[in-house]
Design a binder for this molecule. Sequence first.
Ligand SMILES: [Ca+2]
Ligand SMILES: [Ca+2]
Ligand SMILES: [Ca+2]
Length: 283
Amino acid sequence: MIDGKLQKLWRWDGDEENPIIRHQGAHGMHTADVDGDGRDEVVLGSVVLDDNGTALWSNGLGHPDKCFVTDIDPERPGLEIFYVYEDWNNDGNGICMADAKTGEIIWGIGKKTLHVGDGMVADILPDVPGLECFGSEDSKGGSNSKYLLSAKGKILATDKDVPGCRNWIFWDADKVRETIVSSGFENGVFDRSNANKLSIVKYKGETLTKTIEGSVMMMADIQGDWREELITILPGEIRIYSTAIPAKDRRVCLMQDPFYRAEVVHRSMGYDQSPVTSYYLGE
Ligand SMILES: [Ca+2]
Ligand SMILES: [Ca+2]
Ligand SMILES: [Ca+2]
């Protein structure tokens, strides 16, 4: 910023890079300090731009529908990135986890994948170390397979035992994340009369709240006690739901984490993702 005006520091065109970096972007970008030098990189998908506007790395795996940057495996130093790839992948890396600093693939699912259209990372199994990683094939690709993996890449569950990827929220007092489900989609059959009723449930566990109405817009810690509020919309109305479950510990407001704050904004870009923190937040 000079004299109150933004100045261009650099421009980037993938075709100027070697190797050329076409077709490596995801549906949304994330800004994170992946190399720990205090300046943010831009995670475009399979390619990461350094803060000086040059490619830091590219894994060459193509177009991920989504990727998640966070400390997935706290036993490894630094951040990791979980990828789900739309591109057909014969080499077992269509669902994979990479080192965020170098792009090195830490593990892949080890199976052929066709079009993995959705994914998520969250601690849903407190007895399994790290964040669990899950992804689902899009039926457009010719498969309905779903996978739940540990932070070490071990397949823990498949298909009907894998939760949905879309809407996850910190709602009760523990650091295991809960999911928001529409009762209109119970048993996989869409009931239009019930489609606006939402419940917050634990994975393979109890229902915590079931009186929520509207369509999910966003989840974010906007009140500041570290659990997240749920923002929904109905015709002519915006609602903010807050948990009524008392916290058991005091934690810094998630919005104090600049990465989480940017992830909340990210929700308005591309495919919607539940925001994650730059640090490990799980049991
Ligand atoms: Ca950096
Ligand atoms: Ca780590
Ligand atoms: Ca929880």
